[in-house]
Design a protein around this ligand. Structure first.
Ligand code: DGJ
Length: 725
């Protein structure tokens, strides 16, 4: 068992292949404190890190300094009360108004496997073990069940908390975060991801300062603006060296990811549902389950952290449809709303000509939707545009050897829709206020079962009506009027989270009922590109900005956490519809190659020379796409950092094939060749470079590097393949 409890030392020990996590029970009251998380240590006895021999000691040794103890003790799951003035994970309110809560160890159990989390996406696996520690507040009789799961094959630890009201009075949760990590501040930098629409997942790295800092969302979605993630790394950490801790939340709604540096230069990092706007009423006997947090620790730099997350998500979170990712042609930037059956068949023929596997009809096929202002909620095919419906289209495409995919935005309702006219109450609105439209639409109240059923029945009818192999599930606005007519006033603080639970229920039903459907999530691009959605859909549309140069930055940030197999990446029209930049077709192809590859343009409008590149691009995707998607990924060079060039490398798990994708965005005057030091190869094995037949040892390629010729031109790209001899 990679989990043990040392009764003598009163220490819990969790081991992943390369890391150790230690917690200990303290004093006669049994406080649960965090001792250590980091590279594997052989010694169980690190209890000295709790600093219990220093003032203020433990309360039972110095009851007069209980407040000081609370002010510095590294709580494993801190509650508000007792003198804990740092960010709590748990804040309660009772009818008396008292927010105080004190948590002490009650019991524990260790078992193999991992339980699911009720209503929430959660990691799975056979080769894992779980520790459940129950903490209890003796006055309120509230129990907290902390779950820790470790896997034999990845350096990741899953954590979550379940809060149970075992007492006799009503309890209100005003904060219920998923996890806390208390560390000494070892000159850490904080890394978060930030952005906006079309500029998602920019990496922000800065030295930790005193006080609170981090990332959050209050938009009802994980958002374009921040990501439910934070990392702490040694100030000197690089791509492949140095200590890095990552915390990532398996959740798609409001979140808080925060690091707090206190008066003793200790860091308390917390992650979970954002307490603002949140409250949850627990009647006696009821419980609340927090989403799961995935902790990763690596002493192999940011790349080490990323590879641990990539393995974890591929092996233990993403459900189904793991390997094959069809190449596709998406109609959105090809023709927006301006299409009919014949136009789609023309796109289908373009796809068929090159062996592109799937045509995606993105928006505009239903209701009377010829622009953004109408018909969301009316998921019946527009027979004027598509006589014979999706069935006829799908069958005619199938005859050409092309599969059909469609777009839907199931969480939304247009005020101009039959659904809204029949059920205006299905939209989330606040009584007496004008509903806030965004993209001319309102949000359906997914907290209500009858609303979910109405939408699900429509989705499943569409999917059963035609040979549809792929669904792009879009979501194009934040939640603003967060109010549910189905909830009483004292439960309105539950609406945002209940919405997310409703969404998970819907997507869970969908993937259970349609196991062969490839589901792709999207939220105006990457506005909800998070681990929660990845549980249901193995790939997500990374950004509405598919322009190659901006995409390098977006994909680099996304790859910090998520495997390349999760990123949908398209060769889009040029000049870019999003930023107007003109980039060569070849570069657009290379930037898209490592992800799930597709085109988002009208191929017939490309120049003959561009068209001749398509078979080559598709062949590269067929041959090397699996290495990028399933192998180990190394970010060799970052255009974001150097302003000139970018290089990403992937090595297959059996270390037989390695692929390096290089893009020179801008040339630099008067320079010699660039030296790209490769990574991840077997040191002593011999590798042949496919284009030149040069053979070197893995060590030779890694230490000597690949010399990239100095060519004085912007927008160059090269794909280098090494095969083990
Ligand atoms: C927003 C998405 O991000 C786009 O890719 C496209 O699907 C449009 N919605 C369609 O309305």
């Amino acid at each position: 068992m990679p989990i043990s409890y040392n009764e003598q030392l009163r220490v819990f020990r969790l081991d992943t292949p390369r890391t150790t996590y230690l917690m200990g029970l303290v004093g006669s009251e049994n406080f649960l404190g965090h001792i250590y998380y980091g590279p594997t240590v052989p010694d169980d006895n690190m209890g000295y890190l709790l600093r219990l021999e220093e003032r203020p000691f433990t309360p039972d040794a110095n009851a007069g300094e209980r407040a000081s103890f609370y002010d510095c003790f590294p709580f494993e799951y801190p509650a508000w009360g007792g003198g804990n003035f740092r960010q709590p994970c748990l804040r309660l309110r009772t009818a008396q108004g008292g927010p105080n809560c004190e948590l002490f160890y009650h019991s524990h159990r260790i078992f193999s496997g991992k339980p699911g989390l009720e209503g929430l996406p959660a990691a799975y696996g056979d080769n894992c073990a779980t520790l459940e520690i129950t903490l209890r507040d003796p006055v309120l009789d509230v129990k907290i069940r902390l779950l820790y799961t470790v896997f034999e094959d990845v350096d990741a630890i899953c954590r979550s908390a379940r809060i149970e009201n075992a007492g006799g009075e009503v309890i209100n949760l005003d904060a219920a975060l998923s996890a806390c990590l208390e560390l000494d501040n070892e000159e850490f930098d904080l890394i978060t991801l930030h952005g906006s629409w079309a500029r998602e997942q920019n990496m922000d790295r800065r030295p930790l300062a005193s006080g609170k800092q981090g990332a959050f969302s209050l938009r009802g979605i994980s958002s374009h603006q921040f990501h439910p993630f934070l990392a702490l790394c040694e100030h000197t950490a690089t791509q492949e060296r140095g200590l890095v801790y990552g915390m990532n939340l398996v959740y798609s709604g409001n979140f808080l990811a925060q690091a707090e540096v206190d008066q003793f230069n200790k860091v308390r990092a917390v992650l979970g549902i954002h307490p603002d706007g949140f409250s949850w009423k627990l009647e006696p006997g009821q419980s609340f389950q927090t989403p799961e947090t995935v902790l990763v620790c690596s002493d192999a730099g940011l790349g080490g952290m990323s590879r641990a997350y990539h393995d974890f998500f591929r092996e233990h979170l993403i459900r189904g449809q793991k390997k094959h990712r069809p190449s596709l042609l998406n109609s959105w930037e090809a023709c927006y709303f301006d299409f009919d059956h014949d136009k789609l068949l023309q796109l289908g023929r373009e796809a068929a000509r090159y062996g592109i596997e799937l045509l995606v009809v993105d928006d505009g096929w239903f209701g009377k939707r010829d622009d953004e202002t109408t018909s969301l909620g009316d998921w019946q095919v527009n027979e004027k545009k598509l006589p014979g419906g999706l069935k006829r289209l799908g069958e005619e495409l199938a005859e050409m050897g092309v599969k059909l995919g469609i777009w839907m935005e199931p969480e939304m309702i247009s005020p101009d829709s039959d659904l809204y006219r029949a059920h205006p109450d299905y939209a989330m609105t606040i009584s007496g206020r004008t509903p806030t439209q965004a993209r001319s639409q309102l949000v359906l109240d997914l907290t209500r079962k009858e609303v979910r059923n109405c939408i699900y029945d429509q989705i499943s009818a569409v999917l059963r009506s035609a040979p549809i192999r792929y669904l792009k599930w879009d979501m194009n606005r934040p939640l603003i009027d967060v109010y549910s007519s189905a909830l009483p006033p004292d439960r309105q603080g539950e609406a945002a989270h209940r919405y997310v639970l409703g969404l998970y229920e819907l997507q869970g039903r969908l993937v259970d009922d349609f196991p062969d459907l490839l589901l792709e999530n999207c939220c105006s691009g990457g506005g909800r590109f998070d681990a929660g959605m990845l549980y249901y859909s193995p790939q997500i549309w990374t950004s509405d900005n598919a322009e190659a140069v901006d995409r390098l930055v977006i994909q680099e940030g996304t790859s910090l956490i998520y495997p390349l197999s999760a990123m949908e990446a398209h060769v889009a029209a040029c000049p870019s519809h999003v930023n107007g930049r003109i980039t060569p077709f070849e570069v657009r192809g290379r930037v898209s190659l490592p992800g799930c590859f597709g085109y988002e343009l009208d191929i017939d409008k490309l120049s003959p020379q561009e068209q001749t590149l398509i078979p080559e691009q598709l062949e590269e995707y067929r041959q090397y796409g699996p290495v990028f998607r399933e192998g180990d990924c190394y970010r060799l060079a970052s255009y974001r950092e150097n302003g000139t060039y970018d290089a990403i490398m992937a090595v297959s798990k059996d270390k037989k094939t390695a692929v390096v994708s290089f893009v020179q965005v801008r040339s630099r005057a008067y320079r010699r060749s660039l030296r790209l030091k490769l990574a991840g190869l077997e040191e002593t094995a011999l590798y042949r470079r496919k284009d030149t037949d040069e053979v070197r040892s893995g060590a030779g390629w890694m230490r000597g590097g690949l010399l990239m010729e100095a060519v004085q031109s912007d927008y160059l790209t090269a794909l280098t393949v090494l095969e083990r001899v």
